[in-house]
Each structure stands twice: as structure tokens, then as C-alpha cells.
Design a protein around this ligand. Sequence first.
Ligand SMILES: Nc1ncnc2c1ncn2[C@@H]1O[C@H](COP(=O)(O)OP(=O)(O)OP(=O)(O)O)[C@@H](O)[C@H]1O
Ligand SMILES: [Mg+2]
Length: 295
Amino acid sequence: MNTLNTVNKEATTMADEPSVPVSEERPAETLIEEGKTVGKPFADDPKFKLRNVEVRYGDTPAIKNISLDIARNEVIAFIGPSGCGKSTFLRCLNRMNDSIDICSVRGELKLDDDDIYDPRRDVVELRARVGMVFQKPNPFPKSIYENVAYGPRIHGLANRKSDLDDIVENSLRKAGLWNEAKDRLDATATGMSGGQQQRLCIARAIAVSPEVILMDEPCSALDPIATAKVEELIAEMSESYTIVIVTHSMQQAARVSHRTAYFHLGHLVEVNETNKVFTAPEHELTESYITGRFG
Ligand SMILES: Nc1ncnc2c1ncn2[C@@H]1O[C@H](COP(=O)(O)OP(=O)(O)OP(=O)(O)O)[C@@H](O)[C@H]1O
Ligand SMILES: [Mg+2]
């Protein structure tokens, strides 16, 4: 894992190339070449193969010709200014955009070489394989036990009550919540603290044995201690799952991810090893963002 203590300007400025601020004379748009991403956007044997992806809301483009591989068992962070398309692109990976009527997705999007957007695909099964954790913890207004048991039950993963009990316990353990929850499994989930609720949502995602977990700013509603717990969890989970995390915290991206993808105005500007993105970014716009010139 990478550690980032401070993002300092000296460290991110190429020695032989003075940094040129993005300004009115050099608007960001002119520094982006559509469809061209600098760095290392591709991987051998990818979990997701995404090519020439375009997303529109009505006539307005939100994602413009993005190509990216997401490797197996990697943690990749999506960063970039508000409105640049991080959540939109993330939602393409398990077709969460389907529920937005005006949203259209084009391009090649494959999970393990199978078309995610194949009309014959069972979307419920897809979302069990590619689970999601949202910004605001959203447990069902049911007991802690029922929150975790619901998915395995509807997917037929447990035939007996004792099997279901095991799945609930294991999922809560993996989410680092068992000790806090074991004596109150029948208590309502909405009575837990925000950090506990978010770990419960992670347990709920884990309970159906996903292959991928998508996280859209999972810590933005949490305090630093709850955030640290979720980050620890991400590190542990990366041994078993592929994880895609959207974050506004560059420190968080640096702490938890192997690669970082920098988005800007619907383009994928740069993808590189996280350490490189934060110490020697290749693209001027990435550098401007990480040094705080905009965002
Ligand atoms: N449901 C929607 N209907 C119409 N436009 C949308 C919808 N959701 C997002 N957009 C637009 O698509 C663009 C990308 O939005 P998106 O939410 O993906 O950005 P983001 O990078 O996740 O931003 P943030 O960091 O603020 O969460 C924005 O211009 C936004 O206004
Ligand atoms: Mg977002």
C-alpha cells in the first residue's frame, strides 16, 4: 500500500518542466485529448475490460470515450473534480444507471469477458457479483440480522437456518462488526451509529459472495475513526475482491488503492500506480488537481 503524508508541490513538479497553471488562457478542455488516457489504463487478464465507453444523460454527454481495464483483486481509486463523471462511470459497472431513464451507455463493457449490457443478462445476478456501497449508509429498516441475511436468502445461498446464521456471522466478522453486533442481532439496524451502519452495508454486500465491490465515497459521512475502520477493511478485502472506490480524499486514495484514475470533464485523463499519480503525475491536469489548483 502507498502512504501519502503530504501532497507537496515540489514533489509533484517535474524538475525539467516548469508547471504551467491551468488558467483562462489555458482552459482545461484544451489540455485533454478525447479518448487518450496517459499512464497505464490497461492490465493483463482484466476483471473489467471497458472500451470506448460513452454515457449520456439525454443529449448531454457525461462520459466521453473512456477505455480502462480493472485488474483482478486490485483496488482502484477514481478521483477528480465534482461532476467529472466518477459516479456515472462507476454505476456502469453493475448497470445501476439502468434505473435512470434518460441515461444511455455505449461502448464495450465486459466483466470476465462477458458483455455487462447483454440484454439477456440477469441484472440481479450481476449486482450480486458486483456489489455496491453508497455514500450514505442505507441499511433496510429491519434488524441487523435481516439486513445481512436478505441477499443470501433471495439468492438461495443458504438452505438451512444454520447456514444462514453462518453467512451472517462470517459477513459481519469480515466487515469488522461482529463484536459490536453479536449481542444485538435482532435490534433494528437504523439504531446503529453511522460508521456501524456503513460497515453493516459492507457486510450486506459481502454476504452474497461478490467478486467486485464498488464504493462511491463510502467514508464521506463518517468520522475519522469510522473512516479508519473502513479503510482497514478495504485493505483486508482486497485479498478476496476487486474494489473500485470513488473518493474526494486524496489521502484516502493514497492509503487504500493500488492504481488511481483521474477523471476530468467526463474524460479519463490519467491512470497510474497510485504512488506515481501523487508524486510524479504525468498529466498537467492531474498535477493541477492534486496540488489543489482546482477541485
Ligand atoms: N441522474 C442524472 N440526470 C442528469 N444528469 C446527471 C445525472 N447524474 C449525473 N448527471 C450529470 O453527469 C455529470 C457527471 O456526474 P457524476 O455524478 O457522475 O459526477 P461525480 O464525478 O460523481 O461528481 P461528485 O464528485 O460531485 O459526486 C454531471 O454533469 C452531472 O450533472
Ligand atoms: Mg459522485
